[in-house]
Design a protein around this ligand. Structure first.
Ligand SMILES: [Zn+2]
Length: 53
């Protein structure tokens, strides 16, 4: 998984933030997205968690 960009549905957004912070040791920004599959389950994601740059 590309740790700099994690797609997550609303059930997994907290897991995604934890994973991001573990990998990147910084806080991510979160934006709403549509039409991409969650990295943690088969649902469509609602959010992208990514680094600021
Ligand atoms: Zn999910």
């Amino acid at each position: 998984m590309d740790s700099r960009k994690i797609y997550a549905c609303k059930d997994h957004v907290e897991d995604a933030m934890d994973d991001f912070i573990n990998y990147e040791e910084t806080f991510p920004i979160i934006e709403e997205v549509k039409g991409v599959k969650c990295n943690y389950c088969e649902n469509d994601s609602c959010y992208i968690i990514k680094s600021k740059e």
